[in-house]
Design a protein around this ligand. Structure first.
Ligand code: C2O
Length: 489
């Protein structure tokens, strides 16, 4: 392990601590300063270990364990739940010298997410997102399995938020460190048994996402993130945590994997990808993974259950059943089989009083869209290459606004990366918005509705609101490319 990266990180944190002392002006006894310093002392600056590199290549077919179902947390038997709890307890109890510790494993994620160093290794915001997390969960699952002496049958459970709208009970209750699945850095609402915001991680959202037939829009490409990453992946991260102290775990990629819930959340994200692939049939590229060698040869190193460095490629993880020895029960979603892609442009901006990006389409496209929406058949807007201002994080809701009328069309979850708030630039994201309901407003010839992203106010009820509330608009939506997809009937 190299220590230079650790000292860089610690120094940065130290400087921040010092800055907050100086800038907080004042008395070292001021209680907010004390809180901040105490938190620094207790919490992560264990830093970022150097990433493992190299290692034995994974060989497809070498894992010959039984193929076992990964289950919803709610479907675990009492014995399975006990095993899960014991596995995390054992992980947390490993000596610091071990390569599998809870902290070191969490820091693996921080490292690959660009929170630690200036390494250009961020596996978020690109097509690495799905395969990297699959590989990470695979080795994490093997480690936990080994710790409870059951590598053959232990599999990570997932949090199917589309069905379980609260933080799963075993992960929050009892809410104390005696519970190995508990984490003390979650927002109090969900941590206390509250519900997810109504629009996040719903079956409707999954159905909208499954309307995307190409991997680029769904899972990202070499330089930008796919639609799943921002929502529901990002929105749910931010629902559970925030960018900074005191609830930073799930809300900050630098700490997120310290929360056992991370692995349950990513189990469901992995299942979402798996279910999308299940929709593929026959020739053609619909619902299929990229085939370029640049993608297939992406390779990352991890520690395995024996503390050895191993590496696995994107190609190796695509077949999780045969290669990684787990499956999911595929849910049945009703997906329109064929989608028509219509061109449009996101144009900025109308003159006052409602400046804002609006959608420009041809007369023919307008007709098709309006007819589709009238038939209550889905109309989906795909915005590719959406740029977000550096340093922002949080959940943002996108509304189609016309006069007093505002319709929620989708959300974006932007997770903080470590502590470098100001500097952190975001890679372009893909937004997929359900504009079925807003279509008549968005495609009016005269003064059409405009699209705005607002920082989400925590208690705000999403949905149609008659009155414009005072919302903070933090950035203007801009996209490299816009297209409309309607279900072909
Ligand atoms: Cu690597 Cu959910 O983030």
């Amino acid at each position: 392990m190299k220590f230079d990266s650790i000292s860089i990180l610690n120094r940065r944190r130290f400087l921040q601590g010092a800055a907050s002392l100086a800038g907080g002006a004042v008395l070292a006894t001021s209680s907010s300063t004390l809180t901040a310093l105490t938190a620094f002392a207790q919490d992560p600056p264990s830093g970022c270990p150097a990433p493992p590199t190299g290692g034995t290549h994974f060989v497809p077919g070498s894992d010959t364990r039984p193929i076992v179902l990964r289950k919803s947390i709610s479907a675990l038997s009492a014995a399975e739940l006990t095993k899960l709890q014991s596995a995390y307890a054992a992980l947390r109890a490993l000596p610091a010298s071990d390569k599998r510790t809870w902290v070191l494993q969490a820091d693996m994620h921080a490292l690959f997410c660009d929170s630690c160093n200036n390494l250009n290794t961020d596996i978020h915001g690109s097509w690495s997102f799905f395969p990297w997390h699959r590989g990470y969960l695979y080795y994490y699952e093997r480690i936990l399995g080994k710790l409870v002496g059951d590598m053959d049958h232990f599999r990570l459970p997932y949090w199917d938020w589309e069905n379980i709208r609260t933080l799963p009970t075993p992960y929050r209750s009892p809410g104390s460190s005696g519970n190995s699945l508990w984490d003390n850095k979650r927002r109090p609402g969900l941590a206390g048994g509250g519900n997810l915001p109504v629009a996040d991680g719903t079956t409707a959202r999954i159905t909208t996402l499954y309307g995307l037939t190409d991997f680029d829009s769904f899972g990202g490409d070499a330089s930008g993130g796919g639609a799943v990453e921002a929502n529901p992946h990002g929105t749910i991260h931010v629902d559970v945590g925030q960018a900074a102290n005191p609830f930073e775990d799930m809300g900050n990629l630098g700490y997120a994997a310290r929360d056992p819930l991370f692995f349950a959340h990513h189990g469901n994200i992995d299942k979402l990808w798996s279910g999308w692939n299940d929709l593929a049939s026959g020739a053609g590229t619909s619902y299929k993974n990229p085939t370029s060698s640049t993608f297939l040869n992406l390779r990352w190193s991890f520690y395995d259950e024996n503390q050895n460095v191993v590496s696995i490629s994107a190609a190796d993880v695509l077949d999780h059943k045969d290669n990684l020895r787990y499956i999911y029960k595929s849910p049945r979603f009703v997906i329109p089989p064929l989608w028509l892609i219509l061109q449009c442009e996101l144009i900025c901006c109308l003159p006052d009083p409602d400046p804002g990006p609006w959608l420009r389409v041809t007369e023919q496209v307008r007709e098709t869209v309006i007819q589709t929406a009238r038939a209550s058949s889905p109309v989906v807007l795909v915005l590719r290459g959406v740029t977000l201002p550096s340093g922002i994080s949080g959940n943002f809701d996108v509304f189609a606004t016309r006069g007093e009328r505002r319709i929620l069309v989708g959300s974006i979850g932007v997770i903080a990366h470590g502590d470098r708030k100001e500097q952190h630039a975001h890679k372009p994201v893909t937004l997929v918005l359900d504009i079925t309901e807003a279509a008549p407003d968005l495609f009016l010839k005269d003064k059409p509705a405009t699209l705005h992203a607002y920082r989400r106010i925590e208690d705000q009820k999403p949905g149609i609101t008659a009155k414009a509330q005072k919302l903070e608009e933090v950035f203007q939506l801009k996209a490299e490319r816009a297209e409309i997809r309607v279900a072909k009937r």
